[in-house]
Design a protein around this ligand. Sequence first.
Ligand SMILES: [Zn+2]
Length: 112
Amino acid sequence: MHELSICRAIAGIVAEHAGDRPVQTVYIQIGQLRQIVPDTLVHCWSLVSEGTALDGSQLRIESVPAQIRCTDCGHMQTLTVPVLLCGQCGGRSVSVVRGEEFLITSLELAEA
Ligand SMILES: [Zn+2]
């Protein structure tokens, strides 16, 4: 499953940064174009973290709206629906500015 492999990747990065310190919360940003279901991701996180040093930690997900820029007229817009089309000139030649993020923004460590 897509979300499961993402959780494994997150767990790997978090473990690397936290070292021996217990992690309470992991904050991540996910672009809407990634088509990840946050609830599924949270569920997968509990599966992946169970029995590891990250057991009991929480995943906090911030969804980043998709933003595109038209290469014909330069118009920038935030997408409410995942259709890659310029709202100003109708051009299809657009580049994605935001919406493909997958970032771990911060870690909250538990008191030792
Ligand atoms: Zn345009």
